[in-house]
Design a protein around this ligand. Structure first.
Ligand SMILES: Cc1cc2nc3c(=O)[nH]c(=O)nc-3n(C[C@H](O)[C@H](O)[C@H](O)COP(=O)(O)OP(=O)(O)OC[C@H]3O[C@@H](n4cnc5c(N)ncnc54)[C@H](O)[C@@H]3O)c2cc1C
Length: 404
């Protein structure tokens, strides 16, 4: 790519949301420059479960077909209780009349980013610069200037627009001074990956296990290929030291507590995460827009975080491309804000909080009420459909489309 011009859109962050935003813009002939702080694409144990609307949105870019080559299709998923066993088992194939992808698709987030990066690199007017950390910004009515820490020292890059997709601790959001409103959960989450197969014990490839002291979320992931890996997420009490959480003894104890096994668990990876529920007060300030975790974060129960970021990326790129080409007034970008901020509050925040409270409820009566409500919903076709439309994010995408 030639030097950035006043037509270029800068994207801060080469995570999944930044790369997807850049790809969707570049495929619409908008010159893009992605600035990433790290020396390469990052590898972590976070997202891995993709909902039908995300697959529909990425399909026209060719991304979904690439994911399908190695990802695991998960049409059925369970809500279980540690003592009572399966409370409900949902079957997404009942949504085959409203989506071509009636399943959850499991693929590690760090296997999606190389697909996006490869596609982006093939476009002459797109560039990704690693080791380029955005440190600040200024803007006028016509341009935005980004300050960047580069291997050669501090540099300034001018462009038409800036998309902050630089994650939960976003420097772009910080530079705008916008509030990140919400709260942080007292417990952290630990994620453990094992080669031990959970399927013979009756777990579907995605299952949520309710328990007042140690609930768990279970996902089967492709790993390096068949037979794949099983990933379990557990709460970590606030007082527990991180070194204890990640010690071999505690890792083994948590997995044995979830599913007792005669042999020790072979564990391939672990990670510990602070968990928040926060939404930026503004998603747009002049020529700067926020997307993905930079704009909103939530606990991972329900797998709404990255999926919501994908919906941001596609919505924003479609509108910003029209503005960049002169086909629409910049006020169109305020519709992106209205749509995406509203559904994040109404769906992502609301239901991720509800999911965590349901899984971790301590009061026996409340637990029984929750389970009865779920069983009733699963037993009634209309209620089951409603539950699946919300939990697969189809309802939130429909709601966003209805916002003018
Ligand atoms: C345990 C766990 C499990 C999860 N599971 C799911 C799931 O199954 N499904 C789901 O939808 N979501 C899930 N999530 C949430 C999901 O991981 C995030 O929503 C997702 O990573 C957000 O992507 P992003 O691109 O916005 O941000 P990130 O993935 O955080 O990427 C941000 C990028 O910006 C870069 N960066 C940061 N600062 C700068 C800077 N100043 N300059 C330049 N670059 C910068 C970073 O290095 C990084 O590459 C989970 C989260 C956790 C914690």
């Amino acid at each position: 790519m030639t030097a950035p011009t006043r037509r270029t859109v800068i994207v801060a962050g080469a995570g999944p949301v930044g790369l997807l935003t850049a790809l969707a813009l570049a495929r619409r002939d908008v010159p893009v420059l992605v600035l990433e702080a790290e020396p390469g694409l990052t590898v972590d144990l976070r997202a891995g479960s993709f909902h039908p609307p995300s697959l529909e949105m990425m399909a026209p870019l060719g991304v979904t077909d690439e994911m399908l080559k190695t990802a695991i299709r998960v049409p059925r998923w369970q809500i279980r209780d540690k003592r009572e066993g399966v409370i409900v088992e949902w079957d997404l194939s009942v949504l085959a009349d409203v989506t071509p992808y009636p399943y959850r698709l499991h693929l590690e987030q760090h296997r999606l980013t190389p697909i996006l990066y490869r596609f982006l690199r093939a476009i002459p007017h797109a560039e990704v610069r690693f080791d380029h950390r955005v440190t600040g910004l200024t803007q006028t009515a016509d341009t935005v200037t980004v300050t960047v820490d580069t291997p050669g020292g501090e540099a300034q890059v001018e462009a038409a627009w800036l998309v902050g997709a630089d994650g939960g601790r976003s420097t772009v959001r910080g530079s705008l001074g916008t509030e990140f409103e919400g709260f942080t959960w007292p417990e952290r989450f630990v994620v453990l990956s094992t080669t031990r197969d959970f399927a013979p014990h009756g777990d579907t490839e995605n299952a949520y296990m309710a328990d007042p002291s140690e609930w768990a979320a279970i996902f089967k992931m492709p790993g390096d290929g068949p037979p794949g890996l099983w990933r379990a997420v557990f709460p970590v009490p606030p007082e527990e030291d991180e070194a204890v959480t990640l010690s071999a003894e505690m890792v083994e104890r948590r997995l044995q507590n979830l599913l007792p096994n005669a042999a020790p668990y072979p564990v391939t990876a672990n990670g510990i995460y602070k968990v928040h529920q926060r939404v930026a007060r503004e998603f747009r300030v002049g020529r700067v827009l926020l997307a993905g975790d930079a704009a909103h974060i939530n606990n991972p129960l329900g797998a709404f975080g990255l999926n919501g970021g994908i919906h941001d990326a596609i919505s924003l790129a479609e509108k910003l491309a029209r503005v960049c080409r002169g086909d629409a007034d910049p006020s169109l970008l305020d519709r992106y804000v209205r749509q995406r901020r509203t559904v994040n509050l109404e769906y992502v925040q609301e239901f991720s909080i509800r999911n965590l409270r349901r899984l971790s409820a301590r009061d026996p009566e409340e637990r029984q009420r929750n389970f009865e409500g779920l069983r009733r919903a699963a037993a009634t076709p209309e209620a089951a459909r409603e539950f699946l439309l919300v939990s697969s994010m189809i309802a939130s995408v429909r709601r966003a489309e209805a916002i003018a």
